[in-house]
Design a protein around this ligand. Structure first.
Ligand code: BGC
Length: 760
C-alpha cells in the first residue's frame, strides 16, 4: 500500500471511520482502495477468538484454544526466554487464526493485593513487569503479529474502573506506574498500546495528551497506534487529539460523524486525523504483508508447552524437612476439589475456552502414581461441609502424605470487581487446619491469582504456589510435587501477613471516583523493606530442591559518575545434589541519606535465571546504567542520580541478599537553583566556595572568632554552622546581626552568592 497516496484519496468520512472498530473485534475496510479489515483478540495468555456470533459485550464463547499460565504465574518464572517462547507460540496461533493483534501483555502494577485483575498482571515491581512484557512482545512479534501492551496507565483497580481517577504525583507515575510500559516500548517496540479506562489526575487516559503523545511517542519513541480499551472513550475528538488513534469497539458511526464534523468545522486539524489513519494503516499493512498462511495451531504441542511453562513458574514457598519432592512410591492423598478441577485462569476478557484441562488427579493417574482422592470442600461454597472434612481427615490419617489443592474460587477474584479481603474461603482454611492436624506431612498447592492470608502457614510442611497456571497446571504441579521438575519460580509480589499491612490499605480503592495513590513510590517491597515489616513471603522468594550460593560480587570500579555504566559480576554455585535454576536478583540500595528525596531502601534493578548442574559454578554479570540509580525529579522533569554511596546487593530473594558491594557515584548535587533572601545558609553552603564568601559576614552572628577557634561558642564552628545556620535564611542576618549588619550587607552577600552560583 502506498499509504500517503491512499490517505489523499480517502474521503473525510472514510478517514474518520477508520478510527473506530467495524464491530467488536475488527477494524474497518475500505474496499475501493484495497484497505483490509484486520482482527484483534484477547489475550494475554492465549487466544480468545470469538467467531461469527460476536456479541456486543464480547462474552460469547470463543474458539477452542490453549490457556497458558496467566501473568501472575509467568512473572514468577523470572525467565525472559520462556516468556518469549510463550509469545512465539501465541503469535503462531494468531497467524493460524488470522488475528493481527493480540490484546496483551497486561502490565499494570499490583498496587493492592485486592485488585480483581492482579491475576492477569505481572508484578508489584516495574522492572519485572517491563522485562516480562518485553519478552512476550518480542516473542509474539517475531511471528509478525502485533501486541497491545495494556492498560496505559495506572489501571490498578477494578472498582469504578471506567470512572475512577488514579491521582498520582509525577514522580510515582514515572518510577512505578509508567516504567513497565517505557521499558517494553523502548526494548520491544509493540505494534500497539491500549490506553486504560480510568482517569489519571482527573483526565481520562484516552484524553491524556501528555501521556499518549508527549511521553509515549515523544520521549519513548513509540511508533505504532494507540487503541482505546473497549469503551474507554468519553470524548472522541479530545481523545483523537490526545493520541488515541483507534476507538474500540465500534461506535456504530456515531463518533465517526463527530470527527468528520469537527474537521469540517475547523475544530479538529485534519492532520491529526491523517496521522491516526496513517498509523493504523501502517500496522494493518505490516500484518497483511507478513501473513503466514501455512501456520498451524497445534493444540497438543501448545498444551505441552503450557505445562512446561507452568512448571517453571510455580513457586515453592515452604519446604520444611524437605517434605518435597514426594517419593513416587509413597501413598499420597490428594485432597480438595481443585485436584480434580483446577482453577487455572481468571474470569473476564482474558478467559480462554481451553480445549483440554489437565488436573493433578488425572495426570497422576496417567503417570501410574499411587494417589487417592477426596473432595474436601465445595468450591462454590464458603462454609465447610462437616461430612467432607471428616472424609478428608480419615483419608489423611491413613495416608503417607497429603497434598491439599486449595486457593480462590472464581467468585473471589475476577475482572470487573476487586476483592474485599485477602482470605481464602473458610471451608478451605478449616480443611487445611483439620488435615494438617491429622497428618503432619501435609502440603498445600495454591491456585489463586493474588496473595492470600495463610493462618495455617506454620502447621503445614510444604506450600507450592501454582497460581493460575493455565490448562496444564495440574500436570505441572505433579511434576514438581514428585520431583520430575525442580521448582524455580520466585514471587513477583510480596505476600503480606495480612491485608492491613499493605501500603495502599488506607486509600484503596478510594473515595467515590477518586483513588489517591498516597503511598507514592512505596509500593510492595519498597514499602515493607522501608518499614522493616515482617511479611508472610517476601518479594523474590522461591525455594528449590537444591541449594545455591552467591559469592564474590564485584563492581568494575568503586567510583563512578552518573554517566558511567556499572558492570557487576558475581558467581553462583549449585551447592546441592540436584540440577536446578537460580533466580539471581540484584538490588540497588542508596546509602547516602539525602534530605531532598525520600527513596525506597532497595529496588530491583537486574535479574537473571541460571541453570546449574550439582556442584557447578557460573559467573553472572549485569550492567547497570544511570537509570538504575536514578529517581525522577518532578520539578526538573528528568531522572537524577544523587551523589552518594550505593550498595549493590545480590541474592535469591529480596530478604536474602547475601552478596554486597558498595560504590560511590558522583551525580546530582543539591545546590539551590537561585539565591533569594529566603534561601537557607545550609543550602547555600552546598555550593563550592560558598563558605569563603560567607565567612566575613559571620561576624554578624558573633561567629567571626569561631571560624578559627573550634571552642569559641562551646562547640566546633563547623558543628555550630551546621546546627544553627543550616536552617537560617540569609535575610536573618538582619535580626540576628545585633545591629552590625544592614540591608545593604545582606544584598551584597546575596549578589556575591548569585555570582558564585552562576559560575557553577
Ligand atoms: C478489557 C481489556 C480487553 C478488552 C477486550 C476490556 O474490558 O479491559 O483488557 O482487552 O476488554 O476484550
Amino acid at each position: 500500500m502506498n499509504i500517503p497516496e491512499i490517505i489523499s484519496k480517502l474521503t473525510l468520512e472514510e478517514k474518520a471511520g477508520l478510527c473506530s472498530g467495524a464491530d467488536f473485534w475488527h477494524t474497518k475496510a475500505v474496499e475501493r482502495l484495497g484497505i483490509p479489515s484486520i482482527m484483534v483478540s484477547d489475550g494475554p495468555h492465549g487466544l480468545r477468538k470469538q467467531e461469527e456470533t460476536t456479541d456486543n459485550l464480547g462474552i460469547n464463547e470463543s474458539i477452542k484454544a490453549v490457556c497458558f499460565p496467566a501473568g501472575c504465574a509467568t512473572a514468577s518464572s523470572f525467565d525472559r526466554e520462556l516468556i518469549r517462547r510463550m509469545g512465539e507460540a501465541i503469535g503462531n496461533e494468531c497467524q493460524a487464526e488470522d488475528i493481527a493483534v493480540i490484546l496483551g501483555p497486561a502490565v499494570n502494577i499490583k498496587r493492592s493485593p485486592l485488585c480483581g485483575r492482579n491475576f492477569e498482571y505481572f508484578s508489584e515491581d516495574p522492572l519485572v513487569a517491563g522485562e516480562m512484557a518485553a519478552a512476550f512482545i518480542q516473542g509474539v512479534q517475531s511471528r509478525n503479529i502485533g501486541t497491545s501492551i495494556k492498560h496505559f496507565y495506572a489501571n490498578s483497580q477494578e472498582h469504578r474502573r471506567m470512572s475512577s481517577s488514579s491521582n498520582i504525583d509525577k514522580r510515582t507515575a514515572r518510577e512505578i506506574y509508567m516504567t513497565a510500559f517505557e521499558k517494553a516500548v523502548k526494548e520491544a517496540r509493540p505494534w500497539t498500546v491500549m490506553c486504560s479506562y480510568n482517569k489519571i489526575n482527573g483526565t481520562y487516559a484516552a484524553d491524556d495528551k501528555n501521556a499518549l503523545t508527549d511521553i509515549l511517542r515523544g520521549e519513548w519513541g513509540f511508533d505504532g497506534f494507540v487503541m482505546s480499551d473497549w469503551g474507554a472513550v468519553s470524548d472522541r475528538c479530545t481523545s483523537l487529539e490526545a493520541g488515541t488513534d483507534l476507538e474500540m469497539p465500534s461506535s456504530f458511526g456515531f463518533r465517526d460523524r463527530q470527527i468528520a464534523d469537527a474537521v469540517r468545522e475547523g475544530r479538529l486539524p485534519e492532520k491529526i486525523l491523517d496521522n491516526a489513519v496513517e498509523r493504523i494503516l501502517t500496522i494493518a499493512e505490516r500484518y497483511i504483508n507478513n501473513r503466514d498462511e501455512k501456520a498451524v495451531f497445534d493444540l497438543e504441542a501448545d498444551h505441552e508447552l503450557a505445562r512446561k511453562i507452568a512448571s517453571e513458574c510455580m513457586v515453592l514457598l515452604k519446604n520444611e524437612d524437605c517434605i518435597l519432592p514426594l517419593d513416587k512410591k509413597a501413598d499420597v492423598a490428594f485432597i480438595g476439589a481443585f485436584a480434580e478441577n483446577p482453577r487455572f485462569q481468571g474470569g473476564g476478557s482474558s478467559h480462554i475456552n481451553a480445549w483440554k484441562t489437565e488436573s493433578a488427579l488425572s495426570y497422576a493417574a496417567e503417570k501410574g502414581l499411587n494417589v487417592s482422592y477426596c473432595q474436601g470442600y465445595d468450591p462454590l461454597e464458603n462454609e465447610s461441609d462437616p461430612a467432607l472434612i471428616a472424609e478428608a481427615v480419615s483419608l489423611a490419617e491413613k495416608s503417607g502424605a497429603v497434598v491439599i489443592f486449595a486457593g480462590l474460587p472464581d467468585s473471589f477474584e475476577s475482572e470487573g470487581f476487586d476483592r474485599s479481603h485477602m482470605r481464602m474461603p473458610d471451608c478451605q482454611n478449616e480443611l487445611i487446619e483439620a488435615v494438617a492436624k491429622a497428618n503432619p506431612n501435609t502440603i498445600v498447592v495454591l491456585h489463586n491469582g493474588s496473595p492470600v492470608e495463610m493462618p495455617w502457614v506454620s502447621k503445614v510442611k510444604g506450600i507450592l504456589e501454582a497460581y493460575l497456571g493455565g490448562q496444564a497446571v495440574g500436570g505441572a504441579a505433579v511434576d514438581i510435587l514428585f520431583g520430575d521438575v525442580n521448582p524455580s519460580g520466585h514471587l513477583a509480589e510480596t505476600f503480606p501477613v495480612k491485608l492491613e499491612d499493605n501500603p495502599s490499605f488506607l486509600s484503596f480503592p478510594g473515595e467515590g471516583n477518586t483513588a489517591e495513590y498516597r503511598e507514592g513510590v512505596f509500593v510492595g517491597y519498597r514499602y515493607y523493606s522501608a518499614k522493616k515489616m515482617p511479611v508472610l513471603f517476601p518479594f523474590g522468594h522461591g525455594l528449590s530442591y537444591t541449594t545455591f550460593e552467591i559469592s564474590g560480587i564485584t563492581a568494575d570500579s568503586s567510583v563512578y559518575t552518573d554517566k558511567d555504566k556499572v558492570s557487576v559480576s558475581l558467581s553462583v554455585k549449585n551447592t546441592g545434589s540436584r540440577s536446578g535454576k537460580a533466580v539471581i536478583q540484584l538490588y540497588v540500595m542508596p546509602e547516602t541519606k539525602c534530605e531532598f528525596v525520600i527513596r525506597p531502601p532497595m529496588e530491583l534493578k537486574a535479574f537473571d535465571k541460571i541453570y546449574l548442574e550439582p556442584g557447578e559454578t557460573k559467573q553472572v554479570s549485569f550492567t547497570l546504567d544511570r537509570r538504575a540509580f536514578a529517581y525522577y525529579d518532578a520539578e526538573a522533569e528528568d531522572w537524577q542520580v544523587p551523589t552518594g554511596y550505593y550498595t549493590l546487593a545480590a541474592g535469591l530473594s529480596s530478604a536474602e541478599l547475601t552478596a554486597k558491594t558498595t560504590i560511590h557515584i558522583e551525580g546530582r548535587n543539591f545546590i539551590p537553583k537561585e539565591i533569594t533572601p529566603d534561601t537557607l545558609f545550609g543550602d547555600i553552603l552546598r555550593i563550592n566556595g560558598a563558605m569563603d564568601i560567607i565567612k566575613p559576614y559571620l561576624k554578624a552572628f558573633g561567629l567571626d572568632a569561631g571560624t578559627s577557634d573550634d571552642g569559641a561558642m562551646g562547640g566546633g564552628t563547623a558543628e555550630m554552622i551546621d546546627s544553627m545556620m543550616k536552617y537560617m535564611p540569609v535575610r536573618n542576618l538582619l535580626p540576628f546581626g545585633g545591629g552590625d549588619v544592614d540591608c545593604s550587607d545582606c544584598l551584597e552577600l546575596i549578589e556575591k552568592l548569585r555570582d558564585l552560583l552562576e559560575k557553577q
